[in-house]
Write a protein that binds this ligand. Structure first.
Ligand code: URA
Length: 257
């Protein structure tokens, strides 16, 4: 079995790419818009296999041809996986006619065509969000049958006790019939305002807020801190992001609870 068949993510993909226009290749790798990379080409900054590229539309194989921009090899990657520390007030969507989306926060060198958030956080939820252009990866991460655990830190209006731990452990069914699988509730601080950690293996709409409403409490603050075994990087300030390594991508699918 090769790595892909084993479900292991390899950023540098197999040699299955057809030849592509050089301007398209470069803009897919974060070198700017098609117009911007065309300027780089016209100025003679793009070299493929030791020859300066003259034609904007010339085609190359990004997997086998050595492409450099201003003397640096481009390190071609078909897919990109980005960790963002999502701030409150921004929506988890690829585009919106009115609101700022998480894609608007990406620095220029991480911008690509076809990016989308893999899973959603509510507008007022903060924390770990993965942004990618790999649909298969997103499907694998989000599919309920793969039971990828997601851990959240929450501040709750109310005193969380053993009672709620047991309710969460038994799974919760709302009056409208929607049911949530057993979840782990860990009390960090119990008081009129409690601090807790919640681990769930689904990603239903407003799930944690609704689970707390079902037990008579309200979530005041919510932040996702872990997906699988991948923790939110504490160095990332709100709104910041970083590209994930292969090790980090694969840690999403490693057993974690
Ligand atoms: N549960 C919620 O209620 N909101 C989120 O954003 C994520 C999980």
């Amino acid at each position: 079995m090769n790595k892909k068949e084993q479900g292991i993510y390899i950023i540098c993909t197999e040699n299955d790419m057809a030849k592509e226009r050089i301007d398209k290749i470069l803009s897919s790798q974060g070198f700017g818009s098609r117009k911007e990379v065309q300027t780089l080409i016209k100025r003679g900054f793009v070299v493929v296999d030791n020859t300066v590229v003259k034609k904007i539309g010339e085609k190359f194989d990004p997997e086998s041809d050595i492409i450099t921009v201003m003397g640096k090899p481009i390190n071609f990657k078909k897919n990109i996986y980005i960790m963002m520390n999502k701030p409150a007030g921004i929506i988890s969507a690829s585009m919106d006619p009115k609101m700022k989306t998480v894609l608007d926060l990406l620095p220029k060198h991480l911008q690509r065509k076809g990016l989308f958030p893999a899973g959603r956080l509510d507008r007022n939820t903060e924390g770990l969000l993965i942004i990618t252009n790999d649909g298969d990866f997103a499907h694998k991460m989000l599919s309920p049958k793969n039971k990828i655990y997601k851990k959240y830190e929450a501040i709750i209006d109310g005193t969380v006790t053993e009672t709620q731990i047991n309710q969460f452990e038994n799974g919760i069914t709302l009056q409208n019939g929607i049911s949530y699988k057993p979840a782990r509730l860990n009390i960090i601080e119990s008081g009129p305002r409690s601090i807790v950690e919640v681990t769930i293996c689904e990603g239903k709409f407003h799930q944690i807020k609704r689970m707390f409403i079902a037990v008579g409490m309200r979530v005041i603050y919510l932040k996702r801190i872990k997906i699988g075994s991948l923790c939110l990087d504490p160095c990332l300030k709100l709104g910041e992001c970083k590209e994930l390594s292969e090790f980090e991508i694969n840690s999403i699918f490693r057993d974690c609870i």
